[in-house]
Design a binder for this molecule. Structure first.
Ligand code: KMH
Ligand code: ZN
Length: 274
């Protein structure tokens, strides 16, 4: 099997220090958390920006500060910026981050309820607009799919030539409003994508490690991190992003999956010519 790409989603936009004090906000905290995750085996850092008080932002200047701080500690790590931002942001606000010329970004592939009264809006035209911007700028994107309909949208867009990237999916499962992360869900999604595509899984909350193990077993890749899950095991808060990555590395050892370095990851995702 191919080496395992581990992505660490270090902070997100929704989790706060109130629920786990390890959630990084400041540039120093983000850089240290990313660095520790990298040392443990993460080759991609999925990055949201926040102000020092934790407020989410898509401001390009703030992203630049964060990316510079992370790259100062681990120059070869791949930084995948979020174009999802936070619920309620406008498409153009979310796209400001593309002005930092990121190596990689997310492309959210459909709308869904996001818990309580929240709706994460990604209309068909939004997705097209985001994909075309990233195509024009040469930014590599990972397609985030929260349920099967999102994959079907990508298949239509691939046929129309709107999605032009190497096909790399992220199945984000377990959001309140999206698809659950049971084994049958994973198998259904994995079997629904084109045969030449690669995929990673991001299990939200209690699905984080069960989905990681399934993906490792089937040759897929894995995302973990405080954005998705704050526990290292049931009822026990994790101390750090590093600890979450270390747990995935342990599972990977059980299945003899080697861990991809950032260079391996660029090769696997066909990013080398970017
Ligand atoms: N914060 C969520 C509303 C992404 O990073 O592309 C969206 C999100 C997706 O986290
Ligand atoms: Zn995110």
């Amino acid at each position: 099997m191919e080496k395992l790409i581990i992505t660490c989603a270090i902070t997100g936009a929704e989790v706060t220090k109130e629920i786990n004090e390890a959630v990084p906000y400041t540039a120093e905290e983000m850089a240290e958390s990313a660095y520790q995750a990298y040392l443990a085996g993460a080759s991609i850092i999925h990055l949201h920006a926040r102000e020092d008080d934790g407020t989410p932002t898509q401001d390009k200047n703030r992203f630049k500060v964060l990316i510079d701080a992370i790259k100062a500690k681990c120059p070869d790590v791949i930084i995948q910026v979020s174009t999802g931002g936070a619920v309620g942001m406008t498409p153009d606000e979310r796209l400001d981050v593309l002005n930092v010329n990121p190596e990689m970004a997310t492309l959210d592939c459909g709308t869904l309820n996001f818990g309580g009264d929240d709706i994460f809006v990604n209309t068909e035209n939004d997705i097209k607009y985001f994909a075309e911007k990233m195509n024009n700028l040469g930014v590599r994107y990972e397609m985030e799919c929260f349920e099967k309909g999102h994959i079907d949208t990508t298949l239509r867009f691939i046929k129309k030539g709107i999605i032009q990237n190497h096909l790399h999916y992220s199945f984000v499962l377990g959001v309140r409003g999206g698809m659950t992360g049971e084994e049958r869900d994973f198998l259904f999604l994995k079997d629904s994508i084109p045969s030449n595509a690669t995929y990673s899984v991001a299990g939200i909350g209690r699905y984080e490690f069960s989905l990681a193990e399934l993906s490792i077993k089937h040759g897929g890749h894995v995302r973990v991190g405080l954005e998705d899950n704050i526990y290292i095991e049931k009822g026990v808060l994790t101390k750090s992003n590093r600890e979450l990555v270390e747990k995935v590395v342990k599972i990977a050892k059980k299945y003899n999956r080697e861990i991809a370095t950032p260079q391996d990851t660029r090769r696997i995702l066909e990013m080398e010519n970017k």
